[in-house]
Write a protein that binds this ligand. Structure first.
Ligand SMILES: [Zn+2]
Length: 115
């Protein structure tokens, strides 16, 4: 991913509108590119600050960098969870196909014996 693509994704990241694959590539770029990380941090801070103004929270969190780090950690957990679910689904489909195959072989053998 190049910087222009990453910068175009900053708003989507903040709005949680990236797909799992996009999110993964975006985070990987952010980790290795300090200028895009700073870009993200700037947007994130503005977004959070406005959010807190809207909500008129009693205790505003001023540690925006900390919030961003937390958000990135959450995104990573989300990616891991999604990947895990995909792997489980793939295994389940394979098991289902195997079970079907065994069932079909069983039926075919039964039919042959019937003849
Ligand atoms: Zn970059």
């Amino acid at each position: 991913m190049d910087c222009r693509t990453a910068e175009g994704m900053v708003n989507k990241y903040i709005g949680h509108a990236l797909s799992v694959n996009e999110l993964e590539e975006f985070l990987e770029h952010i980790e290795n590119c300090s200028s895009c990380y700073d870009e993200l941090a700037t947007y994130f801070i503005v977004h959070k600050a406005m959010e807190q103004l809207d909500e008129k929270q009693e205790e505003s969190v001023l540690d925006f960098k900390g919030l961003l780090e937390e958000d990135i950690r959450k995104s990573r957990r989300y990616i891991r969870r999604k990947k895990f679910h995909r792997a489980v689904a793939a295994v389940a489909v394979c098991a289902l196909i195997a079970a079907l195959a065994v069932f079909l072989i069983f039926v075919i053998l039964e039919l042959k014996e019937g003849i």
